[in-house]
Design a protein around this ligand. Structure first.
Ligand code: F6R
Length: 637
């Protein structure tokens, strides 16, 4: 979390810093700030809260802009920044930051950029410095004073301390970096080196964009895509010295490294709500196309084998597999739990699913006969990256399922399975989850084909089910009025319980997560059979219980569990494809989905829950796309 940008060149500097930061807002929105080197000083502008607050501050500074700007129109604002009529106009080098608070509350003092006491160094940071307290104490003993509560300010002071022993800026930076434990992506400028932008990286993403009109740094590609597609991926412990016409990269000892640039095969992302009120609603509606896109060229018709050439596991590898582990966080973890169910059901290999943050702090039991699957929308989640590295160290084949084939995880993978969900803006994941679940169907069926673990008629029937999914999802979206009405009826509830069994249990977890993260209503998902082991004590006439019931092995069981809840006066909501008169006496609200086999129901049962969460949050007036305290990419452990 947190995003950094930087630029050195003669194009409008503030324009780039702001437009770059706007593409990184998914990484945090607690505060924003920029530092520009005007030739005789480093000027800092910061604002608490979203990037718009910083834009307003800069707009007020912009004499020409103030006269010409009308309303909040961003395009006009950007033109205003282009004609910045103050000394900042001369600035050719600058850095910017968007914050997700880790150390210190989200206020202006803790906002980046941070400067050293004598204003010789200004820097922006993404990551966490784990030994910052020890360093801070040492620096305080040397007479340094601190203004903020952040770990980042320590780095600025440390670099200035190192500058006392050298007038080589790169060397001062390297001297400071050697003392840091933890993760950092840094953009650094020096008062006495007005032509060079410094960048450094360890365990947090950082790219350098090269162009004829200057050079850029950014935490992520969308921030530079409008300006260039030539990108150098900085690796851990590398430090870049970037000027308008040159980029030099060194290792931590100061040895020069030759690195090639890559051309990013992307077009600039047009981030547009297309008439929807929120990105989340737009992304929910994109799901039929996302399914088609993820199936494209992989499953053409039910009688043909699935094409999944990305998975580099041979039949021989597969025969020797003794364990499959899936690691992920949050919504991706819920997709992984569905994946476990599918792989165990279709090929009979035991699968363990673990939250990455748990996996990395216990003995890792992997070897060359294990397959480790990392699942991540962003491909940058710090815990999952660490988990993947540990599995690789043990010799496990690592398959990464991600929406970002350019990400750190994708580059670590032995096999890469991209999910083609398209850019997901809303912090709450919807379409990427659906594409991840679909990727698990493809993978499980492919493994079953290679392994011969399913009869060919079953395989064909299952593939038909997958091919029918887009139309079925469209049917649910066409019926959203019913879900809207349900949301209005229940939006006042203070708590929700979601229950299901079998393959839909992860859907209950996902329904609860979606609701709590965007509406701040307390919600919990349980296996329906577990209610009577404790949670049933919570039930009374104020508690909505959402039961997921699809025809199959567990239908009758979930139905009995729902009756038990009804008997405790809970307010019952069903998500179901079943026409069963028994439901009418139990459920106050029944949301229907198209007929489907239980094994192929999780995508269809999740979509009404995404919509339910969306409509409740929207009705409560919450910031649906950017819920409080969250960020889209969680790059700290
Ligand atoms: C919830 C959500 C998060 C992410 C989690 C992992 O809607 O989006 O729970 O799923 O932070 O992120 P990725 O998938 O990028 O590793």
């Amino acid at each position: 979390m947190c995003g950094i940008v930087g630029y050195v060149g003669s194009e409008p500097l503030i324009s780039y810093l702001l437009s770059g930061l706007s593409k990184l807002e998914y990484r945090g929105y607690d505060s924003a700030g920029v530092a520009v080197h005007t030739g005789d000083s480093i000027k800092i502008f910061k604002a608490q809260g979203k990037l718009d607050n910083l834009k307003n501050i800069l707009r007020d500074k912009c004499e020409a802009g103030v006269k010409t700007l009308s309303g909040d129109a961003q395009g006009a604002a950007m033109q205003g920044f282009n004609s910045f009529k103050t000394s900042e106009e001369k600035a050719k080098i600058g850095i910017g930051h968007i914050r997700w608070a880790t150390h210190g509350i989200p206020n202006e003092i803790n906002a980046h950029p941070h400067v050293s006491p004598e204003s010789k160094v200004a820097l922006v940071h993404n990551g966490i410095i784990e030994n910052y307290k020890e360093i801070k104490e040492e620096l305080i003993a040397k007479g340094f004073e601190f203004k903020s509560q952040t770990d980042t300010e320590v780095i600025a002071h440390l670099v200035e301390d190192c500058l006392r022993n050298t007038n080589n800026f790169g060397q001062a930076l390297r001297c400071a970096l050697k003392k840091l434990d933890g993760a950092y992506a840094l953009g650094v400028i020096f008062m006495d080196d007005p032509d060079t932008l410094y960048a450094a990286k360890k365990s947090a993403p950082l790219i350098i964009g090269l162009s004829d009109k200057g050079n850029y740094i950014a935490s992520d590609i969308p921030a530079i895509l409008e300006y260039t597609k030539k990108v150098i991926y900085l690796d851990d412990f590398e430090i870049a010295e970037i000027k308008e016409n040159s980029v030099k990269i060194f290792d931590i000892e100061g040895n020069k490294i030759d690195k090639k640039y890559e051309i990013v095969p992307w077009e600039p992302v047009s981030v547009n709500k297309m008439g929807y009120k929120h990105f989340m609603l737009k992304e929910i509606h994109e799901q039929p196309d996302v399914i088609r896109q993820t199936l494209f060229n992989r499953l053409i018709c039910s009688s043909e084998p699935i094409k999944l050439d990305e998975v580099k596991l041979t039949a021989e590898n597969l025969k020797n597999l003794d364990r499959i582990q899936i690691i992920a966080c949050g919504t991706s973890l819920h997709a992984a739990l569905i994946g476990k169910y599918l792989i165990e059901e279709f090929i009979g290999i035991p699968v363990e699913v673990e939250a990455s943050s748990e996996y990395i702090y216990k003995r890792v039991i992997s070897n060359s006969n294990s397959l480790t699957i990392g699942v991540s929308q962003s491909g940058e989640t710090a815990d999952t990256i660490t988990a993947i590295k540990l599995a690789k160290e043990k010799g496990s084949h690592v398959l990464v399922v991600t929406n970002r084939p350019d990400s750190t995880m994708a580059r670590l993978a032995d096999s890469l399975l991209p999910i083609n969900a398209g850019f997901e803006v809303s912090v709450a994941a919807t379409k990427s989850y659906t594409a991840q679940v679909l990727a698990f169907y493809l993978l499980a069926l492919k493994l079953a084909e290679v392994n011969g673990s399913l009869p060919s008629e079953k395989l064909e029937e299952y593939k038909k089910q997958l091919l029918q999914l887009p139309q079925k999802v469209e049917m649910i979206l066409n019926n959203k009025k019913e879900i809207h009405a349900c949301a209005i009826k229940f939006h006042n509830a203070k708590n929700f319980i979601f229950v299901a069994r079998g393959i839909n249990y992860p859907v209950a977890l996902e329904g609860a997560l979606k609701l709590k993260e965007i509406s701040y209503i307390n919600a919990t998902g349980y296996p329906a059979g577990e209610l009577k082991h404790g949670p049933i004590a919570m039930l009374d006439e104020t508690m909505p219980v959402v039961s997921i019931l699809t025809p199959g092995k567990v239908y009758e069981k979930v139905l009995s569990n729902s009756e038990e809840s009804k008997a405790r006066e809970a307010r019952m909501i069903a998500i179901t494809s079943v026409n069963d008169s028994k439901l009418d006496s139990i459920f106050e609200y029944i949301i229907k989905i198209p007929q489907t086999d239980e094994l192929f129901s999780p995508i269809l049962t999740t979509i009404p829950l995404q919509l339910l969460a969306y409509y409740i949050a929207e009705f409560l007036g919450k910031d649906v796309d950017q819920p409080r305290n969250l960020a889209k990419s969680v790059t700290v452990e």
